[in-house]
Design a protein around this ligand. Structure first.
Ligand SMILES: [Zn+2]
Length: 315
C-alpha cells in the first residue's frame, strides 16, 4: 500500500517578470496594480508591496482543473465554469435535494471541481469549504512597478492627420496606462486531500469510493503543476508573465497532522519548516529549486493515496 497523504502545503518564492496578473481596477484610463501593506519579517518595518489575491490564484487553479478534467465528472455548472457551481444545478431544478446532507452528497458525487474547490447552496442552505486554500501572493520587497503609456491607434488615422481632422483623430485614438510588475512573490497554499469526498454535512461519511478520490487528488496536483509553469490571470494577452523561477518546499503529512505554514516572506522559512518536520512526527519536506524541479517533486506525490479518515461508524 502506498503512502497516504493527509495535507500538502506549497511554500515558495516565484520570480515573475513584467506581469500584470492582478489589478485594483481602473481610475480613469489608468489601471492600478494591487497594493497591500505588510510587515517585512526580515526588517520588522511596515511596507507597501505588490499583491496577487488568493481569489485570483484559486481561480487559476480551478481553470486548470477544468482544462484537465474529462468533463463527464463535472456538474452542469462547472462544465461551463459557471461560478455558482452546484447551487446553479439546484436553481435550474436539475437536482432537488430535500436535505442538506443529500445536497452535499449529490454535489460531491457528480463534480470534481465542486468537491475540490467548494461551493455554497442557497436552498437548502449549506456551504462546502474548499479543500484548496491560497493566501495572497506577496511581493517580497522590493517589487519593481511601472506604469506604461499606450495608445490605441485606429486604421487610417495618419491619413486623417494629413487632412487636419484633429478632432476625429482624438476620437479614434485613446491614451491608456497599463501597469507591469517584476518581483519575487511569496506563495502559500494548502491542499487537504483527506477532505476529498467527505460529506461535511455529516462529517463522518465519504460520499464515494477510493478510486474517484484518488483521481480527484491527482487532478488537483496536476493543476498545481500547470499553474506555476503557466500563471494565467489578468492582461495576459499583452502582459504574459515571464516565468523565471520557483523555489521552495512542498510539505506534506502522512498522519492526521495539519502541515505547518511558514511564510516564504521570511528569509529562513525553509530551515524553520525543516526543523518543525524533524520535531513533529508524520511531516515530510521536499525541497525544489526551479520550475521543472517543482513539477517533478509534485509528480512524486501523484502515486500516493489521499488519506481516508476512519470514523468507525456506518457508511
Ligand atoms: Zn461543479
Amino acid at each position: 500500500m502506498s503512502e497516504k497523504v493527509f495535507e500538502i502545503a506549497i511554500l515558495g518564492r516565484a520570480l515573475w517578470e513584467l506581469h500584470s496578473l492582478n489589478n485594483e481596477g481602473n481610475v480613469g484610463n489608468v489601471v492600478e496594480p494591487r497594493s497591500v501593506k505588510i510587515i517585512d519579517p526580515n526588517t520588522g518595518e511596515a511596507v507597501t508591496t505588490d499583491g496577487i489575491s488568493g481569489e485570483m490564484l484559486k481561480h487559476i487553479h480551478s481553470e486548470f482543473m477544468w482544462l484537465l478534467d474529462g468533463k463527464e465528472n463535472l456538474c452542469d455548472a462547472c462544465k461551463v465554469l459557471q461560478p455558482e457551481r452546484f447551487n446553479y444545478v439546484i436553481k435550474i431544478g436539475k437536482e432537488k435535494p430535500s436535505t442538506v446532507e443529500e445536497a452535499v452528497k449529490k454535489a460531491l458525487e457528480s463534480c470534481d471541481i465542486c468537491d475540490v474547490h467548494g461551493f455554497m447552496i442557497e436552498k437548502p442552505t449549506v456551504a462546502r469549504k474548499s479543500t484548496i486554500e491560497f493566501g495572497w501572493a506577496l511581493g517580497i520587497p522590493e517589487v519593481y512597478r511601472d506604469i506604461h503609456l499606450h495608445a490605441r491607434h485606429a486604421l487610417g488615422e495618419k491619413e486623417k492627420k494629413k487632412n487636419d481632422e484633429e478632432s476625429e483623430e482624438i476620437r479614434s485614438q485613446m491614451i491608456y496606462h497599463r501597469p507591469t510588475r517584476t518581483g519575487k512573490y511569496a506563495i502559500v497554499t494548502v491542499f487537504q486531500p483527506w477532505r476529498i469526498g467527505l460529506n461535511e454535512a455529516r462529517q463522518d461519511v465519504y460520499s464515494y469510493d477510493g478510486e474517484r478520490r484518488k483521481e480527484r487528488y491527482q487532478l488537483a496536483l496536476k493543476a498545481y503543476q500547470l499553474m506555476f509553469t503557466r500563471p494565467e490571470g489578468a492582461m495576459t494577452t499583452t502582459r504574459l508573465p515571464h516565468v523565471v523561477d520557483f523555489e521552495g518546499v512542498i510539505v506534506y503529512s502522512t498522519k492526521p497532522v495539519p502541515v505547518p505554514v511558514i511564510s516564504p516572506l521570511k528569509e529562513d522559512y525553509k530551515a524553520e519548516i525543516k526543523k518543525i518536520a524533524e520535531t513533529i512526527e508524520g511531516i515530510e519536506v521536499l525541497e525544489f529549486k526551479g520550475v521543472a524541479d517543482f513539477v517533478e517533486k509534485i509528480g512524486t506525490l501523484l502515486s500516493k493515496e489521499p488519506y481516508e479518515m476512519n470514523f468507525g461508524g456506518e457508511k
